[in-house]
Design a protein around this ligand. Sequence first.
Ligand code: SAM
Length: 360
Amino acid sequence: MPAYLCKLATKGREIILIDAFAGPGVYENEETGPYSKGSPIIMCEQAEKHVRGKYQAYFGNVNRQHHKRLAAELQETHISPDVAHSTLLSSNDLLAEVAGTLTSQTVFLYLDPFGYKGCEFSSLRPFFLRPSFFSTEIMVNLNVADLPRLAARQSIQDGEMTEQVAATHRLLTDVLNGDWWKEILLGRVRRQDEQAEEIIKGYVSQFAGSFRFTGYCPVPDMKGGRIKYYITFFSNHPDALVLHNDNMCKAYNEHIVKVRWDGSMFADQRTWKDDIPRDYDLLDHMIFSKLEKLNQGRFKTSKEQLWLAIITEPGCFMKWTKSEYNTRIKGLVGDYLVFEDVTKTGRLNDKARLYARGTA
Ligand SMILES: C[S@@+](CC[C@H](N)C(=O)[O-])C[C@H]1O[C@@H](n2cnc3c(N)ncnc32)[C@H](O)[C@@H]1O
């Protein structure tokens, strides 16, 4: 939120923040302790800090207690109900209501359900069909741990298509925008994690025609074992991809390392970079192979274009952070890479154009 909102602070358009599965605003769990801020409070605090007076926030809950608690927490945080609207509305109703008010605003839509109900693809349509010159960012957390139960493979094999199974199948079809999921969950036998990733790839591809940049990050359960859900994102702005790449790379790896060393005397001393293999040889290889391809045209590739080209390559999203990339480029400039100082600052900044030494 801070990086995203800082970018918007200087732009003139009104900002609409939507958290359609908002929850009570505070929660408790063994990892975060007795009073942790939930997404609506985090969103509002950051918005107050960076874009005060320029935003409206809409929060949805179906649970009356959660709705009341959220309204009280927002009040406690001194966020005006004229700006942050806690509503007792289902996600579908809230999305329809907000979609009806949209013109040229900048929109950030976050969906964090427990399951699938309320995430029907048709409810998202007014958001992803907005013209791409209006800024629309969408993030959806999808639970994949439940998929085998919902698909009910065994029941189908036993010829027991109950009304309940049929209803669940309809829900999956509505959320995933088609019954393509049946081939993955009910076709040839696959490992559960393989199935989950296939489903998420298929889901993300449903948005590919509407957004230039899409991606996802697996979220393992507390013990670091099975993947519980995936965070997916959809955007038309390259900065979103760069930001999600960095945030997801750090958050995922920090979690893995925390779980690995949990309870041991080394827990506080380990950083994720100590434990997770970084494979800089592969990063260097990507730098040179992408440069070779991209520099075939009239213009040399800028440092930021090259980074985008690397993180959009299959298997490379979330593999390295931008600062690791910067460090590699810095080390390669001189003996192996040359940069054109287009901004005339003498610095190797994002606009600098790069080429391999000897290929000018
Ligand atoms: C995973 S929690 C959200 C947690 C929140 N994002 C946070 O960080 O604190 C999901 C919330 O959505 C509510 N919910 C479930 N189904 C809903 C629906 N169809 N529409 C709106 N809210 C719903 C649940 O009661 C719960 O409070």
